[in-house]
Design a protein around this ligand. Sequence first.
Ligand code: GAL
Length: 633
Amino acid sequence: MHRTLGVCYYPEHWPEDRWETDAAQMVANGLSWVRIGEFAWSLMEPQEGVFDWAWLDRAVETLGKAGLKVIMGTPTATPPRWMIDKLPDMLPVDAEGRVRKFGSRRHYDFSHMGYREEARRIARLMAERYGNNPHIAAWQIDNEYDCHDTTLSYSDAARTGFQDWLAQRYQSTDALNRAWGNVFWSMQYDSFDQIDLPNLTVTEPNHPHVLAFRRYSSDQVVAFNRVQAEELRKHTDAPLIHNYMGRITTFDHWKVGADLDIASWDSYPIGFLSDRIEGTPKEKQFYLRQGHPDNQAFHHDLYRAVGRGRMWVMEQQPGPVNWAPYNPAPLPGMARLWAWEAFAHGAETVCYFRWRQAPFAQEQMHAALLRPDAEPAPALAEAAQVAKELAAMPDVGTAKADVALVFDYESAWAWDVQPQGADFDMFRLAFAAYRGLRRAGLNIDILPPDTRDLSQYKLVLAPGLMQISEALQSALSTYKGIALLGPRTDTKTDELSIPTPLGPHLPGVDVSVVVTESMPPADEIPLEGGGAFLHWFEHLEGTAPVRLKTAAGQPAIMGSDTLRYLAGWPNDKTFDGFIRELCEQAGITAHDMPKGLRLRETDTHRFVFNYGRNPRKWGDLTIPPAGVHWEAL
Ligand code: GAL
């Protein structure tokens, strides 16, 4: 496959006589895709029912004629101001009950049926107009679901929709009362319309009530996306894409992804390091201008799976962003390294965000490939270099892995609702396991929780799964490699209660969690022979062999050669030790990666990336800072 580069462009931000120059310069620098349209509703339909498509027709024509392929965005993340007069109750409401006003973006409620129809309408009109346009080679639906915390809304529309959803799921309030354990604190309901949203309660609301609302809210995102996908499919064969974000777990990406053709995501490595990745101050200082060396890889692997093998980066950070607490510039070379790393993980296309820095409005401090004065910014030359390198390379090969990590969104909601310890977070736990695997230089596939077949993997990790799905149970019952489950795996019912017999329920392995502890970060539980658990520790019972004990003699790992249950959250060094041992037993070659160096293999190439600030040795090679090395296998 020929891998490609692209860029996000806003023709409506620039004088029309500039478009041709911009397009020619994009092509001259080796870019082949351009994404447009996703925030331009107020120009497409300045008043209700009054359309101006002419400017967009000309923009598509100009870009297409220059040789660019267009990704057309539906503009539903930014409904125009007149829409609020028409549908005043479409604005989202925060958990404190305050309306979130017009004046930025994403000011809509996924539950509002009137707005959902407006989204369907604009998607249909765009599909009718551009579905057969030869320059449009892909579509993006909306932009970054959940950006600015917009999955959950506590509006009237959400309450009505939730009640209806509950009535369908439970059929009777008796069944709901039983499922939720509402006898506790006299919380029984007699009719579905008595059930409010789980905000503003005196103390914490009942956990299954909140989990139901999280499930309902995720379903609304899926449905909102689906109506647009349906309209587009009627008029185009081009692939449909959504661009997801980093570390967003509020809706089920597996379900949204099932309605689309490609999963793309928005990669802002330096913004994320500052904004949403845990790390010691020393680590954050070391990676200040590079981003965390495993964050991009994790999301590439996750979204490759969400896209059922098809993954893009729709927005790649080019320079300082405007939205993180601190916004340093990338180390020279990083805009190239990030793109190569995406390709090594299977990305078909990497688009930089954005073509030219806007001198106005909210993101005027956000860098681009061009400066506000249209002079090249540093990332332009790096993008052009990647384009030349891609042209010289036949292909980067297909991603392949011996190791799999199971990741589940419902479990993320369950543990948000019931953390039981301030540091317990699903993404954080899965990412801790993933980082350990990356420090061992391994290739990893991320799998959905209903995976039916594990036979291609030698090692599978499944931490933090609220339940083990039937599909996964059956895959595990015939599995021949090593599966390490836990901590906190399969210890709940579907309604977030404690099952009896106690979980986990592992095929052929008798082990159960009988007591659960969480600890502050400074209080670790030492293990026999070195290493320690932090944050989380489960007391295990059962007849399965104890494979490792804590220093105090309690079981730390129990299970068979194939299926093992891990009782705690290993600290990083302990993860390293476990992974080394598991790899030896599973017949996987593990490495001890020098600080900042990361490996990734495809079926044809080995890539080495230096996320460090200093040159690093890899065998006989010295990789410079922000350096990328590849060799054919
Ligand atoms: C993304 C978003 C873009 C832009 C960018 C800035 O989250 O999709 O529209 O806001 O961030 O970094």
